[in-house]
Design a protein around this ligand. Structure first.
Ligand code: SSA
Length: 420
């Protein structure tokens, strides 16, 4: 959400963002609704003031005059009721459109309709060379009995999987390593609900836009969140935080659920695109200062790069285009990791700066040193998301006889084993 005053004063900037992000929103309709809404609000306020004067006139009037005043009063009340109904309709429509307004993308974002316009900023490490024909992660996991696909699908339908044996231990090792690393950076681990109400989904920007991607549980008016980011944004919603508590840094952990309607035919095999997965999420809530947000964006990105470098994986950092970054983003960098079976890089991390776009929706505020109450800035990035990252580890570190070399940083979590 943007500030209405900003939209009134910068209509072209908002229209440019709408076009660059491919949003279906008529900014002129919104501005007209805003004018109508303010005019109606003024008329209602004025009418209510006039209504108060009736009581005084009534008190000093004789019987005949009172009868006249009563008739006027009834006509007047009908008119006020009608005004209030118009105001409610206009206000409701305006609130709907305000939720569609995109965040203004930063000037360095490539302008383009989708990820094909993304620009690779740097590639780090080298794709592994094999002196044998490497297996893809699905074949390797099945060969080693590390995953159940067919049986899991009998239980949970398409894209379901079960991790078995050492794959479970590897997943926990990856998460524990990421959590320990984040704790060392003063991020507080928080295990958050994946069962959430509608408000934090609206606050994060997942609703109204991506409703068809979210599992809903209408019997309880609940939803399954696709990322811990939702609960982390919602955690302090409605509070006014003391500026001394900022920046709030959370390492959020939760299962993540996604219907993947938009990708129905893609990655239907294996562990790359599933309906339920586990993620450690980097989340920052900081003061409303662009330099502060830029600093945290760089830190969150560097931490994800450090994780991939520590794991020994080859990756590229990408500047996301306006049409790929999503409605609320100011800036988004993806990190794509090398997958030998694909012979290309696939996204494993996504780092975003949102300035106060989420905070306005979620009512996330803080009291500044001068006493001013401001909307905060929020940022997020993946630390690790499994099983997609496990698939990368299996494929990149497999040996000719189907074992997997354990990255040094994970060995302490796997009883010191160098091979699984
Ligand atoms: N359907 C899925 N199956 C497996 N992994 C997924 C799926 N969707 C996303 N991921 C993993 O989760 C990471 C983050 O997802 S994201 O939507 O890009 N971004 C977020 O959720 C942000 N909150 C940052 O984590 C992705 O980079 C990918 O590694």
């Amino acid at each position: 959400m943007l500030d209405k005053r900003f939209i009134r004063e910068n209509p072209q900037a908002v229209k440019d963002a709408v076009a660059a992000k491919g949003i279906d929103l008529d900014v002129d309709e919104l501005l007209q609704l805003d004018r109508d809404n303010r005019k109606l609000q003024f008329e209602v306020d004025e009418a209510q003031a006039r209504r108060k004067s009736f009581a005084k006139q009534f008190a000093g009037a004789d019987a005949a005059r009172r009868a006249e005043l009563r008739a006027e009063h009834e006509a007047f009340d009908r008119q006020l009721k009608d005004l209030r109904e118009q105001l409610a309709r206009t206000g409701g429509r305006l609130s709907e459109l305000m939720l569609l307004v995109p965040g203004i993308p930063w000037s360095g974002a490539p302008v383009g309709a989708d990820e094909s316009a993304n620009v690779v900023l740097r590639t780090v490490g080298e794709p592994p060379e094999f002196d044998f024909t490497p297996l893809d992660h699905t074949a390797l996991a099945e060969k080693r009995g590390w995953a159940e696909f067919a049986r899991a699908r009998r239980v949970a339908g398409e894209r379901a999987y079960a991790l078995v044996g050492d794959m479970v231990m590897l997943e926990r090792a990856v998460h524990s390593y990421a959590l320990d690393l984040l704790r060392g950076l003063d991020f507080t681990p928080v295990s958050v609900p994946a069962l959430v109400r509608e408000e934090p989904l609206v606050g994060t920007g997942m609703l109204p836009k991506a409703r068809e991607e979210i599992y809903a549980i209408p019997a309880d008016d609940l939803y399954l969140a696709g990322t811990a980011e939702v609960a982390l944004v919602g955690l302090h919603a409605g509070e006014i935080l003391d500026v001394g508590r900022l920046p709030i840094r959370y390492a959020g952990i939760s299962p993540c659920f996604r219907r993947e309607i938009g990708s129905a035919s893609r990655d239907v095999r294996g562990l790359l695109r599933v309906h339920q997965f586990e993620k450690v999420e980097q989340f920052v809530l900081c003061a409303a200062d662009e330099a502060e947000s830029a600093r945290w964006h760089a830190e969150l990105l560097a931490t994800a790069e450090r994780i991939l470098s520590d794991l020994g994986l080859c990756y590229e950092v990408v500047e996301c285009a306006t049409g790929d970054m999503g409605v609320g983003k100011f800036r988004m960098n993806d990190i794509n990791t090398w997958f030998p079976s694909l012979g290309r890089f696939r996204e494993t991390h996504s780092c975003s700066t949102l300035h106060d776009w989420q905070a306005r929706r979620a009512n996330l505020r803080y009291r500044d040193t001068d006493g001013t109450v401001r909307f905060a800035h929020t940022l997020n990035n993946t630390a690790v998301a499994t099983p997609r990252l496990l698939a990368a580890l299996l494929e990149n570190f497999q040996t000719a006889d189907g074992e997997v070399r354990v990255p040094k940083v994970l060995r302490p979590y796997l009883g010191g084993r160098e091979l699984i």
